[in-house]
Write a protein that binds this ligand. Structure first.
Ligand code: FRU
Length: 502
């Protein structure tokens, strides 16, 4: 064990040295997102342990300290005061001998119910899956009495063990009406979420399970249960999300502290994101009472995640999103908007054409003072259009990511089929994404966030969202307007350059 700890320390010292040298280049690499979180170097996948403690948002994440590919899973750590600007922190929880630190949750044990801190210094508690390759997965605990800086693994781990090879990704939250902690955790192969309760975070009692239901074509991972407000109402709904191989799905219903009850009107598979690059999303724990719920996901896809052409890092997080429930066509559905504070990254408006119908033209970003593919582009399309209408971003010789409305199908679409897939053929297999248009209004509103290799699209104030990666070989640095005829062209186009957070 000491050998491993020593080698981790040695490697991180060496990295620090080479990082200092390369400092001015870090975060300026081709494809590096400028306002999405990514680690300085090496591989990341799921966000872990999202928790708000004493004015600080913590983001832990699956991290490989040694290489730019999956392995040696460890919890990396970053903190933020606004969920937009991040400070990197030292590694939080390194792997232990043959036990990797898989995904999990973090809570502030304010009343020291674990007894692992003191009344004066209550502990932060991380509960994660200890993974022994091909042997076992069980739930483990680590704690910190210095606000997340250093962590100690509990000496009686594991705290929840079914003796199974697949049993992972705990999410724990405080359920006030019953005055206990609730854990949801997945039985991936059974396509089930299990619920447990505990008074002290150490001993857990089985409550119930949910599933199989909805999409069961892959293993279930990373469950998340959170209460969210109903849009424009005082009512609340419970949102249960699970990740499944490459996609996420959600269930809306009620939770009484013991059982999750699916809303009887949910009769189809619902997805929080209609794009290919949104996975393992979880919500923040212990936000202040008046704070909107916030979710962050991994903006990537297991099919090609190991091959994306980025270095010296691989993997980034989605933008933080606020969520609401809304009853649309008789079903409770998820509404998601990017955190309003993201607007603070807008520099002044670079381009605005209100009421002018734009058709079949190219806007050179440099001509409007934007020097990189780091911007927000908002526009509208009228749903009376008769042909495919929209814009294309991150263009190069291969062509870009097309975003728009397909009137024949009455669907919003994203098409990245013509983008560079030279790094992995499976990237071009996953290429065309649609979401139904729910609104009856004849205006379809788009907010498009372009960040070098990530595009996040919020349609009609969050009725549907798409997260898509693309890797142009030599970006043309322009936006193309796709349609050629009226009516139904692109209107009210506004483009804002966004500041880098790094
Ligand atoms: C989801 C996942 C989790 C697991 C982690 C390992 O992306 O497979 O189920 O805990 O990644 O890195």
């Amino acid at each position: 064990m000491y050998k491993k700890i020593f080698s981790i320390l040695f490697i991180s010292i060496c990295l620090n040295h080479s990082q200092v040298k390369a400092q001015e280049k870090l975060y300026q690499e081709k494809y590096r997102p400028q306002y999405h979180f990514s680690p300085k170097i090496n591989w990341t996948n799921d966000p872990n342990g999202l928790v708000y403690v004493k004015g600080v948002y913590h983001l832990f994440y699956q991290f490989n300290p040694f290489e730019n590919t999956w392995g040696h899973m460890t919890w990396g750590h970053a903190t933020s005061k606004d969920l937009i600007h991040w400070q990197h922190q030292p590694i939080a929880i390194p792997e232990l001998k043959d036990t990797m630190i898989f995904s999990g949750t973090c809570i502030y044990d304010q009343n020291n119910s674990t007894g692992l801190g003191t009344k004066q210094k209550p502990p932060m508690v991380a509960i994660y899956t200890g993974h022994i390759e091909n042997v076992k997965q069980a739930q483990h605990l680590a704690y910190s009495v210095d606000d997340g800086k250093t962590w100690t693994k509990y000496n009686k781990n594991p705290i929840l063990d079914l003796g199974k090879k697949d049993f992972r990704d705990p999410k724990v939250f405080w359920f006030a009406p019953k005055k206990y902690w609730v854990m949801c955790v997945n039985l991936p192969l059974e396509h089930q979420v299990q619920f447990y309760s505990s008074k002290n975070l150490l001993e857990w009692k089985f409550l119930s399970d949910f599933g199989p239901l909805g999409d069961t074509t892959g293993v279930w991972e990373c469950p998340d249960l959170v209460q969210i407000p109903v849009l424009n109402s005082k009512e609340k709904k419970w949102l249960l999300q699970v990740s499944m191989s490459e996609k996420m799905q959600y269930f809306m219903g009620e939770f009484d502290g013991e059982k999750f009850m699916l809303d009887p009107h949910q009769n189809s598979i619902l997805r929080p994101d209609a794009g290919p690059d949104y996975y393992a999303g979880i919500s923040y724990n212990q936000l202040p009472a008046n704070h909107l719920p916030v979710t962050i996901a991994w903006a990537n896809n297991w099919s090609y995640a190991r091959k994306i052409p980025t270095s010296p890092w691989k993997g980034a997080m989605s933008l933080p999103r606020n969520s609401w429930a809304q009853n649309i066509n008789g079903q409770w559905q998820l509404i998601q908007k990017p955190m309003a504070s993201l607007n603070s990254l807008r520099k002044k408006i670079a381009f605005q054409k209100a009421a002018v119908e734009l058709k079949d033209q190219t806007i050179a970003l440099s001509a409007i003072g934007i020097l990189s593919d780091v911007y927000e582009c908002d526009f509208e399309i009228t749903s009376t259009s008769t042909e495919k209408t929209g814009i294309s971003v991150l263009n190069d010789d291969f062509r870009g990511v097309e975003i728009g409305y397909e009137p024949q199908l009455k669907k919003i679409f994203i098409n990245r089929s013509k983008t560079n897939a030279s790094f992995d053929p499976s990237f071009s297999d996953i290429r065309y994404f649609t979401a139904p248009l729910n609104t009856n209004s004849d205006k379809i509103k788009f907010r498009v966030f372009v960040d070098n290799s990530i595009v996040e699209v919020f349609v009609n104030d969050g009725e549907s969202v798409f997260t898509v990666q693309a890797f142009p070989v030599h970006s043309d640095k322009n936006i193309k307007i796709l349609n050629t005829s009226s009516p139904g062209s692109v209107k009210n186009l506004q483009i804002y350059p966004l500041q880098s957070i790094w």
